[in-house]
Design a binder for this molecule. Structure first.
Ligand SMILES: [Zn+2]
Length: 281
């Protein structure tokens, strides 16, 4: 989704207000969106490498999908190399066996040198294939560990058009709810916008007076909690990208939006804004 449509949505809609949201209008006006540095990388592998080498976080929202793409390409290359080198190794082995037989049948300097050359070719290819595979696997591990740090949300949990508010930690005073701290980011989107599992995991539903219809998706590194749904999608074991529910404004909410919390290691909520920006682009 382009920057314009995000701004457009934010401008058209009144700030969402939910049970745990207070001062959206003061901070969630889109400065972060406009100020966000968009970097388009021509070469996904190059940017992922640059990010890795600098040992820093992602430079742009597209970096996570670039890294996922780069990782898939590396995986395909590993598969192809493994497959082709197996075939080539078998052929070279047969050539060596033939040369050995030839040398046994007609011993002499010529057949001996032919045997030596065939063995060298086999050995060199084996070395080359092993070192190529090692390099690709190292690259794969680098990308994997980079994604482990930054690509927690493999898929944006709310489809577009949407507007992500940077409102974690604000004091909420709304309705008859006691003032409290906002533990998530509010993502504005039209009613019935699909809500997706951001990672592989287990999804289950609950409800509360403030959160309305709620969903949690637990993955191997923690869980997301999303509130104010109008309906549920697939529950139980889900893959990244599965529709687990739909945006609504149930519970204490004054506009359709998804209240998104991120609980790493199933502990307390931490600010999900950066992860949302990375996965939602
Ligand atoms: Zn909220």
């Amino acid at each position: 989704m382009g920057k314009g449509s995000r701004r457009g949505l934010a401008a058209l809609k009144a700030p969402a207000t939910c049970a745990d949201t207070g001062t959206l209008a003061s901070r969630g006006s889109g400065v972060g969106v406009r100020g966000f540095r968009m970097v388009r990388a021509a070469n996904a592998v190059a940017i992922a490498t640059a990010v890795l080498l600098s040992a820093a976080g992602p430079a742009a929202a597209s970096d996570v999908s670039d890294a996922i793409g780069a990782q898939q390409r590396v995986e395909r290359r590993i598969e192809r190399l493994t497959h082709r080198s197996k075939i080539r190794e078998r052929r070279l082995r047969r050539a060596v066996v033939r040369a050995e037989r030839g040398n046994d049948a007609r011993p002499g300097p010529q057949t001996l040198s032919a045997l030596g050359a065939t063995r060298r070719t086999e050995r060199n290819f084996g070395r080359w294939a092993a070192s190529s595979l090692r390099a690709l696997e190292e690259r794969h591990d680098e990308l994997e560990s980079w994604l482990y740090s930054w690509g927690i949300f493999r898929v944006c949990p709310v489809d577009g058009p949407r507007y992500i508010h940077d409102d974690f930690g604000e004091t909420v005073t709304v309705g008859d709810a006691p003032p409290h701290i906002h533990r998530g980011s509010d993502v504005e989107a039209p009613t019935w916008t699909p809500i997706r599992a951001p990672f592989d995991g287990y999804a289950w539903a609950s409800s509360s007076p403030y959160g309305g219809y709620q969903i949690r998706v637990r993955g191997d590194r923690g869980y997301v909690f999303i509130a104010h749904l109008i309906g549920y999608g697939d529950l139980g074991w889900v893959s990244a990208g599965t529709t687990v529910g739909y945006v609504g404004d149930t519970g204490l909410s004054t506009a359709p939006h998804a209240h998104v919390e991120w609980h790493p290691w199933n502990g307390g909520a931490v600010d999900p804004y950066y992860l949302l920006r990375l996965s939602c682009g």
